[in-house]
Design a protein around this ligand. Sequence first.
Ligand code: TYM
Length: 371
Amino acid sequence: MPAEPASAHAADNANGGASGPLSAPAALRIFSGIQPTGDKHLGNYIGAIRQYVDGQDRGEALYCIVDLHALTAAHDPDALRRSVYDLTALLVAAGLDPTRCLLFRQSDVPEHTELSWILCCLTEVGRLQRMHQFRDKSVAQRELVNAGVLFYPVLQAADVLAYRAHEVPVGEDQREHLELMRDVARRFNSRFGQGGEVLVVPEHRIPEVGARIMDLQEPTRKMSTTGGSEEGTVYVLDEPEIIERKIRRAVTDSGAGIVRGADKPGVSNLIEIMAVARGCTPEEIEAQMASARGYGDLKAAVAQATVEMLAPVRDRYADLRADERALDAILAAGAQRAKAIAAATLTDVRQCVGVGALSAAPSAAIGTVGR
Ligand code: TYM
């Protein structure tokens, strides 16, 4: 899937690794995280999950189910545990292959929380308070704005920086979190790196098309697990008839032209969904739909393309979800290998910041996935 081009900085990281006294991975390392809360929707699938699958062929890919982040919202403990299995099965059904990537649960690798604390001590509270997601959530959770909501982006930074990842595939809504992560890594390096890059400053990878899939009923707000409309949210595991119904009822705009535009959020959203589902550009979709009789034709075509895109995931999901032992084995193997990488980074980090026993030599934090 085309994505916003990585900058020269990413190329430096990918080619050269660290310039300094400590080690960093030489290959392209890709990391992303996804919350186990709620059912995953078309936005998650198009903006993120498809990129995860693609990442397996592009580099050393690590994907983390961030159950600790999920604690920032009120939750039921048993449901949270179950939803980690749901998401593991969904990701494998979508094409993650545990022999070609690391798939693991965040809470199985305590290095994330240790690094998060260290990074908290390098992050201004004011910046966290100004972040969009904090402001949105603190309005929504009027009764209890827990400190976890505020520090959420720092744990996210730790997730990535613990692996010295070069690239982070995400949707558009994560851009601000990525900027914070990059600034924290730079600050760490300038304060403790002795002129070298102890932590890799990662690049986001945001797809050019489908980075922000909108709610079908309210196309000016993003499709989301919390706060979106049920009828405007297509879930990855929705039955084909449900998907067709939701897309048929999508809110469109005045005027009949099937073209994208700032004044046509509903139609633009449908065109982007179809472009991704068909594997072509939005311009090609506009050309293909030039002779359509109206929005009805567009919706029928988008519904068909979406059903076809999601059908293989739905077909594989039930069998995978039924075998919790197999899912446990995937997560345990992923965590074991992830821990080895993160522990090596933490050895260097502790050394640099002056906590823990002095260790004899910096670690070699280079890992390979799928071997
Ligand atoms: P989460 O679980 O909310 O979403 C997972 C991924 O789905 C993308 N996404 C969308 N993309 C396009 N259109 C949409 N409407 C849409 N909605 C969601 C998100 O951008 C994301 O990539 N904070 C993260 C989880 C996280 C993480 C990390 C991500 C924790 N640690 C480290 C990257 C690296 C989140 O809540 O994602």
